[in-house]
Design a binder for this molecule. Structure first.
Ligand SMILES: Nc1ncnc2c1ncn2[C@@H]1O[C@H](COP(=O)(O)OP(=O)(O)OP(=O)(O)O)[C@@H](O)[C@H]1O
Length: 233
């Protein structure tokens, strides 16, 4: 039995069909990457996995660590060890250090974060500081499965390298789903599996992420429908 298993999952948002019969298996300790054109449904999959109420599962289910979590609340899924770094996290009128005290007992000490800890979460944060703050929060929760939604968006190459190595070190052995549009993030994470989403469907899955990325760069996402790399494990 896989650690995370998404079975034939279809989702509607505000009555609109978005995800269509998604199947995905992630084992413990694996890193998977989800690629896909804008508006193909990647963030919708994240919100559905996290359990946001607007994301209505109309078919299929999600099994995490042996339990069907499809109908569970966000808080319950978080307690089970599912966490995410969001693309656009909200601002909160609380210092980052206080927020961390509230959400976890795990003490995180990372070089160069002292000043950030004493600032209110996401208020006046630069793009890089926002991502760093999100990563610190996720690490402090010590989750078992982490979804990173466009971790690399707005990060320069040095900061992407820094955050990627912090994640790899602090979350070693955990399962990761990385959503991205960029090859450099793939090169830092070296995923075990890559998936391509188009119009709400996963059209390709393969261990050969290098070849998938090359196909996308040279011929675009649509080509992935016919790239013949598909391997269902
Ligand atoms: N609340 C909503 N109401 C209506 N449509 C929605 C809603 N949320 C998402 N959608 C639609 O679902 C589709 C998928 O959006 P989603 O954000 O999941 O795509 P994405 O692959 O993450 O895109 P991007 O790469 O641009 O971030 C889009 O057409 C979007 O407009």
């Amino acid at each position: 039995m896989s650690f995370l298993r998404i079975n034939n999952l279809s989702t509607q948002v505000d009555g609109k069909d978005i995800l269509k019969k998604i199947n995905l298996k992630i084992e413990k300790g694996e890193t998977h990457v989800l690629l896909g054109a804008n508006a193909s449904g990647k963030s919708t999959l994240l919100y559905t996995l996290m359990g946001f109420p607007k994301y209505n599962v109309v078919e299929g289910n999600i099994v995490f660590n042996g339990k069907n979590i499809t109908g569970l609340e966000i808080e319950e899924r978080a307690r089970m060890g599912i966490a995410a770094v969001y693309q656009n996290p909200p601002a909160i009128n609380v210092k980052l250090s206080k927020l961390l005290d509230k959400i976890s007992k795990r003490k995180i000490e990372l070089e160069g974060t002292k000043e950030l800890m004493e600032r209110e979460v996401n208020i006046g944060f630069s793009g890089g500081e926002r991502k760093l703050s999100e990563v610190i929060q996720v690490i402090s929760l010590n989750p078992e499965f982490i979804i990173l939604d466009e971790l690399d968006a707005g990060l320069d190459i040095k900061n992407l390298e820094r955050l990627s190595s912090i994640i790899k070190k602090e979350l070693d052995g955990k399962s990761i789903l990385l959503i991205t549009h960029r090859g450099r993030a793939l090169r830092f994470f070296k995923p075990d599996f890559a998936h391509v989403m188009l119009k709400g469907e996963i059209v390709c899955s393969s261990k050969n992420w290098q070849k998938i990325w090359k196909t996308i760069e040279e011929d675009g996402y649509e080509r992935c429908k016919r790239c013949e790399l598909y391997s269902n494990r």
